[in-house]
Design a protein around this ligand. Structure first.
Ligand code: DX5
Ligand code: ZN
Length: 223
């Protein structure tokens, strides 16, 4: 299974479980899946790279077993090197790292791919597209953070649409956007070239099936 490699030009919704009920993750994902979600966004945070602490490979393994959707791990941690093998072992489909937190980015991307996962980088709002120019051949996707990583429920940073546009001038790699994505902001990012819409609070603030469906529909209508 290669989610990113088989994405084509489709627009896809991905619930961020950061905003879900952690005691019922399987059900929370199923409800978003009923609304059309095709990927699960899994946020790992370490209280170092970001001032928040969440979940790791053990929970990822349980979630992989509980859903038929591919699980995409977004590692907001310093020195993620030690966590790559455990996440691969957990069965996730893809792993993105924050290049701001990695010393040897080329090496870690190769480790992710050699482990059978697809590899991504997640860019902080102020990290320029050029920063990853020489990593493009080693990537399967790019995640553009449209808030500062660390917390759900923050406001969308509008300049990030321009970053998506500039990245699309550099590469054909699929772009995922994460942070403040709603039925209102999704169209802005799709128009700029984004294809995978990650949404946490906008999905889980209400009925996940309905809310996920609205975001996907708004995104697809913007094409
Ligand atoms: C933020 C995380 C996001 C977060 C998005 O650091 O990477 O995945 O869950 O939350 P919303 O959609 O509420 O902005
Ligand atoms: Zn995320």
């Amino acid at each position: 299974m290669a989610f990113w490699g088989e994405l084509g030009d489709r627009i896809v919704g991905a619930p961020s479980i950061l905003a879900a009920d952690f005691a019922n993750l399987g059900d929370e994902v199923r409800r978003a899946q009923m609304g059309g979600a095709e990927l699960v966004h899994f946020d790992a945070m370490d209280n170092h790279f970001v001032p928040n602490l969440t979940i790791g490979p053990v929970v990822a393994a349980s979630l992989v077993a509980a859903t038929e959707l591919p699980v995409d791990a977004h590692l907001m941690v310093d020195n993620p090197d030690n966590l790559i093998a455990p996440f691969i072992e957990a069965g996730v489909a893809s792993i993105s790292v924050q290049p701001e937190a990695v010393t040897h980015l080329h090496r870690i991307l190769e480790v992710i791919r050699n482990g059978g996962c697809e590899a991504g980088v997640a860019l902080n709002p102020t990290t320029p597209p050029e920063f990853i120019e020489y990593t493009l051949p080693y990537l399967d996707y790019i995640l553009v953070m449209s808030v500062n990583p660390g917390f759900g429920g923050q406001s969308f940073i509008p300049e990030m649409a321009d970053k998506v546009r500039r990245l699309k001038e550099m590469t054909d790699l699929p772009i995922q956007v994460d942070g403040g994505i709603t039925a209102e902001t999704a169209p802005i990012m799709v128009e700029a070239g984004a294809q995978v819409l990650v949404a946490g609070s906008a999905v889980y603030k209400g009925d996940p099936e309905t809310e996920m469906g609205k975001i996907i529909e708004a995104g697809r209508a913007a094409r």
